[in-house]
Design a protein around this ligand. Sequence first.
Ligand SMILES: Cc1ncc(COP(=O)(O)O)c(C=O)c1O
Length: 436
Amino acid sequence: MQYTKSQELFARAKEYMSGGLNANGRNRKPHPIYMSKAQDAYVYDIDGNRFIDLIMGNGTLILGHNNQEFNELMQKYMLQNGNLVTGFDSKLSVDVAERFLRITGNERVRFTNTGTEAVLHILHIVRAATGRNKIAVMEGAYNGWYDAVYVNSFAPLSKVGSVDRPNSVPGTAGLDPKVVENTLVLPFNNIEASENLIREHKDELAAIILEPIMIDIGLVEASHKYIDFLRSICDELGIVLVFDELLTGFRVAPGGCQEYYNVRADLCMYGKAFANGYISAAVSGKAKFMDITAPGQTVAFLGTFNGHQLSICATAATLDLLESKNVVEKLNITTDNLCSEFNALAAGKGIPALMRGKGGHFQVYFMDKAPTNYREAAATNPVMYEHYVNSLQNNGVWCSQNPLSHHALSIKHDEKVVSEMLTAMDKALEAAAKAI
Ligand SMILES: Cc1ncc(COP(=O)(O)O)c(C=O)c1O
């Protein structure tokens, strides 16, 4: 494939935008690739190359690119909603909130714009509700880029410290060290070590925030025992349990990880799939925590674009299609089939590669045994992964170059697309094997 036009555009782009991009996660070696259009499961770059998109707006585009039925519903809702844009709530805001709560099983919701904003609201709520300052996150986790949670995210293994007591490694330069110090890092899936740390900090700990299925490091599931342990220790010690459902909500089950694990968190943050690529996120959970943000109560809840009416229309349209087309069920079946076929291919060739997937999210790890925490996931073979992804790109499949990132399917990744993917993956596995 030729990327001459992207290469030329990059030379211009970096004169105007730092790194030639608006988000570092879009960077690629040897240079970024610029896109020109997208349809269903496919994306086309400015050189005219066509790819099966396996990034799908970082998991947001659950209905696929430019989904016609979604577009028509979106238009219908915008007209019905009197072409409101922002600055007001409407009847549709209330209808969407009611449907959102019916699906998630929560008691209250307030819509924001990004997951990072949602976590900021949650930090205010949990500190105000408990009178404590510290929060705990999981080792390696990404819960947004705000200082208090951008700690130990994708940390280099050389800096993570001991297994039982991981270091609070800042996720970037420029974080406030006092805020970072107040973030405790827990070893995911390790009940004994987590319990010791939680008890040691019980008087300062306001909340534990986690993605119960850590999709941001590929796909690493918490055991049911670990989630039950967290629920019970939080109840015992008055700590707020927060599920980050940005990637799991409306995907691993309609009600996300709360449904999958049959456990109620106190608060959850959502985003991505429920608005099919439009800008929306949500803070949701128990009324006793949420209602302290109501006007006249103790915690402020502000934002020019909160509950933006375009996003509300997008959410209404997405929920219509998720429900009428059994999207979550179909995506789970497609993902399970993809994983079995891929794993059979790798096993047949004797290549140490395995695909882990759920709810339309998946990642391939180059190792023998499924990882159970960040350190194990980070041991994936980077050279094999690089050759695998480069081969996929050369064969028209668009993947992340980051071995610890995740991939996403949409409802438009049908049997034909999956079979095209598997043909490319077969070649990519050979390329990975040759790399070592
Ligand atoms: C699990 C998880 N939490 C939080 C965030 C932050 O969301 P946003 O990028 O909307 O700020 C992300 C984004 O990638 C995420 O994947």
